[in-house]
Design a protein around this ligand. Structure first.
Ligand code: GLN
Length: 446
């Protein structure tokens, strides 16, 4: 059914980069056989899944939507991938994204842009745009995305599906191609909140292969979905509904808060005063980490090597010049500059200090409130080509997802209405490792 649906829809949506048809059929047959022999059903038994193409998969191309990795055929599965397989999900294929997860529209894919299934003249968001579009188009039952500054939540909002960025460290990053290691997190994109709880259950947990993996006990997530939010205290940051937020988005968020009131929760306006510095700090920190992480792509160890180099240095230069797209180069240069001696204190160190202030903003609000609620993005999806020439405008689409990433706390985006036929997302933010409350509130609203 999944491959039929892909056949019907993917010419228009273009969510997939690589299909795993033979592999999927073989693993489905294997699951049937195990069941016939009396085996138990795993948590995700038989469910067709898609993976963002920055998660390494044994024997299946993993390109990061980059020309540099167009031939990269990994020899191992990342931890989240392994866990999905252990839960008996079936891997349908690899999904399009902005190159190396840098972007918010999928237009930075070096292959082709994915389109929003609600209206194919519009972007699906990014960088996990393929992951969100595939779920919205009914091609897979769920997918995994990665979120560094909004890349699960924002495309989920634009495509009208549910996207969860877990607490930093809850899901192993082993086998996730690194963009900004202090921010990157894998999470589920699903049709509803219950599915999100089950997929999170399957992928969360300590992993000694990831040095920043959190060694915490994993609770049962689905049992949190009681429908009861009575007495929950919600903070609504005034900075998240201010300037630059589309009035229709604001209206949809206020209507959602009314629903919470009717369910017995209370809300109050709060302030996250350093919000205005978050995007600037993020682009220094994420680009700095990216410039270091992407140094491994040298034409020797992974991916494509340029032809006919004059010497070793020329081989690096040509491979990197030909292999990376414009946005990736922009960030490598920005990050290298910010980390250079003489500039480090002024940019990188300063941005780290701002990050701490932003985290403290959240700590203060969470002393009195259980959750923070606002929009996932200031506007619904925009038209393809509308923002490509304007990286700064593009960066501002993440103004309300980036602070959450810098603070490392969990957040989910759930659909909360439409503007001109395009979905709007509600962002529900929780305390670190309190995914249960986030999921409970999202489920009660949905
Ligand atoms: N759009 C943001 C960026 O371009 C976030 C990307 C992400 O979360 N991977 O960096």
């Amino acid at each position: 059914a999944s491959f039929n649906r892909i056949g019907q829809t993917d010419e228009a949506v273009r969510a997939f980069l690589t299909l795993n048809e033979e592999g999927a059929r073989a693993s489905a047959a294997e699951l049937d056989k195990q069941l016939a022999e009396g085996g138990e059903r795993g948590l995700l038994f038989g469910l067709p899944a898609g993976l963002k193409d920055n998660m390494v998969t044994e024997g299946l191309l993993t390109t990061c939507a980059s020309q540099f990795l167009r031939n990269y055929d990994p020899i191992y599965d990342g931890t989240a991938v392994k866990k999905l397989k252990a839960a008996q999900s079936v891997l349908i294929g690899k999904l399009n994204m902005d190159e190396f997860a840098m972007g918010g529209s999928n237009e930075n894919s070096s292959f082709y842009p994915t389109r929003n299934p609600w209206n194919t003249d519009y972007v699906p968001g990014g960088s996990s745009g393929g992951s969100a579009a595939a779920v919205a188009a009914g091609q897979v039952y769920f997918s995994l995305g990665s979120d560094t500054g909004g890349s699960i939540r924002q495309p989920a909002a634009y495509c009208g599906v549910v996207g969860l960025k877990p607490t930093y460290g809850l899901v192993s990053r082993f086998g996730l191609v690194a963009f900004a290691s202090s921010l990157d997190q894998i999470g589920p994109i699903t049709k509803n909140v219950e599915d999100s709880a089950y997929v999170l259950q399957a992928i969360a947990g300590y992993d000694s292969m990831d040095s920043t993996s959190a060694n915490v006990e994993i609770p049962d997530y689905a049992s949190a979905l009681t429908g009861d939010v009575k007495g929950l205290r919600i903070g609504v940051p005034k900075e998240y509904l201010g300037q630059g937020v589309d009035p229709k988005v604001k209206e949809a968020v206020l209507a959602a808060l009314k629903v919470y009131e009717s369910l017995g929760a209370t809300w109050e306006e709060v302030s996250l005063p350093h919000t205005e510095y978050a995007v600037a700090a993020y682009y220094i920190l994420a680009s700095s980490e990216a410039s270091s992480n992407l140094a491994r792509f040298d034409g020797v160890r992974y991916g494509v090597r340029a032809d006919n180099p004059d010497n070793l240095i020329d081989m690096y230069r040509k491979s990197r010049s030909q292999g990376f797209g414009a946005e990736v180069k922009r960030r490598i240069m920005l990050g290298t500059y910010a980390l250079s001696s003489g500039y480090y204190d002024a940019y990188y160190l300063k941005a780290q200090k701002v990050r701490t202030l932003i985290k403290q903003d959240f700590d203060h609000v969470f002393e009195k409130f259980d959750l923070i609620i606002g929009p996932t993005a200031p506007t619904p999806a925009f038209r393809i080509d509308e923002q490509v020439g304007d990286p700064l405008t593009m960066y501002l689409n993440d103004i309300v997802t980036i602070p959450v990433s810098l603070a490392g706390v969990p957040a989910i985006s759930v659909p909360c209405g439409f503007a001109d036929g395009l979905p709007i997302g509600l962002q529900i933010i929780g305390k670190a490792f309190d995914e249960r409350t986030v999921l409970r509130a999202a489920h009660a609203y949905e």
